[in-house]
Design a protein around this ligand. Sequence first.
Ligand SMILES: Cc1cc2nc3c(=O)[nH]c(=O)nc-3n(C[C@H](O)[C@H](O)[C@H](O)COP(=O)(O)OP(=O)(O)OC[C@H]3O[C@@H](n4cnc5c(N)ncnc54)[C@H](O)[C@@H]3O)c2cc1C
Length: 423
Amino acid sequence: MSPLRSNNNNNNNNNGIGIRISWDSLSGHHYADVGGEQLWADVLRATLERGLAPVSWTDYLYLTVGGTLSNAGISGQSFLHGPQINNVLELDVVTGKGDFVTCSPHMNSELFFAVLGGLGQFGIITRARIPLQKAPTRAKWVRLMYTDFSQFTGDQELLMSKTPDYLEGSLITHHSPPNNWRSNSFYSPSHYPKITSLLESNNGILYSIEVVKYYDHFTAAETIDNEVEYLLRDLKVVPGFIFEKDVTLTDFLGRVEIREDDDEGGSAEAHPWLNIFIPKSRIQDFNAGVFVDIIGRQNKAISGPILFYPFIRKKWDDRMSAVTPDEDIFYTLGLLHTSGAHDWEYFDKVNNAIVGFCEKWGIKIKQYLPHYKSEQDWMKHYGPKWKTFVERKNKFDPRRILSPGQRIFITSDQHEVITNSDV
Ligand SMILES: Cc1cc2nc3c(=O)[nH]c(=O)nc-3n(C[C@H](O)[C@H](O)[C@H](O)COP(=O)(O)OP(=O)(O)OC[C@H]3O[C@@H](n4cnc5c(N)ncnc54)[C@H](O)[C@@H]3O)c2cc1C
């Protein structure tokens, strides 16, 4: 694994906020004031220098703070701490009216909640205040394999109750192998024959849990071993299919490396991804219709990671613009396809088949990083929040100048410009 790439030489420049770490004597906590343009990789590097770190991350760190806070910012820490949008103390925002506003849950709170998960519709985030905690230094990183979907999701939910520091899950298929760009080289070549033979014997689909427990120099070896042993107790993993690594926190959080010259991440590639949230009550139907039928039986070649893991709804503040299914537990599917620049339509069709299956069988999914073309679809996406979304738009960006590329509120002139620039 490579160390974090340095992308930014001006973390603390004089032209912007940069990344500034402070101590709040009232709450007794540290926080970082971070420019909206800063990359999370740089936030990690700067905070670790002080032995501190944010608690909620994305899998990939070369994304901007303003960009992920405009969506949600999800990863394996979200079940415990909520998404990144739930871990913000204060924001500076330039609204569509040109007002510069500092906002928080207690000050100008309507703008604060509008902007978080607001797809850039209400203002430009120029500063975010992120709470920090003492950083662990190492991670026990474990992967577990399952042939049975119910046991896989049952164990994910059991693990949530045991509060590890990170919990995700994924599918392994012939086209989505155990090692991929999301976490290269976790498995050694010697693991492959064993995994492949399990895959063959299970109709080409395996389910895998990824779970992590952090620790630091002060933790006795016996203590962390006992903690991992407790996490793994009573799980229904296929015997002999537990794989473990012990890495630095930086190696773990920086595990997703995509370089422009990578085969799978290069600029000549297209990434027609589908990210959706699925209510827990329908995940069995989803498995049968999507994983077993569309991806498995129809042998659709989904190249790229297929993520599937749970969240707890109460960790998402419903006053924010982001939307989730209306159930206490919901799962996320991340179909992170990589296609050539010219064959993305095939993957688009697979994505549409999955969304169509959910519509047909009444599975009330919500898209994450949504793409819709009609106002009706956006209204359906936001559901009961649509009215508030429109009121906030009228209040903070009445001329609809912000982020027209999301195609939520576009005038016919803008539509023409966007459509032409799409070609
Ligand atoms: C390789 C890769 C891996 C990813 N992994 C994850 C992941 O693990 N978890 C996850 O949650 N997401 C993930 N994403 C999605 C990511 O959260 C969104 O694409 C996000 O918009 C990326 O931020 P950006 O800096 O690239 O934003 P940009 O592409 O620059 O902007 C996207 C949109 O965000 C809004 N925006 C951007 N900056 C601001 C700002 N300062 N103020 C207001 N609005 C703004 C605008 O609407 C803009 O159109 C991933 C994306 C990629 C490309």
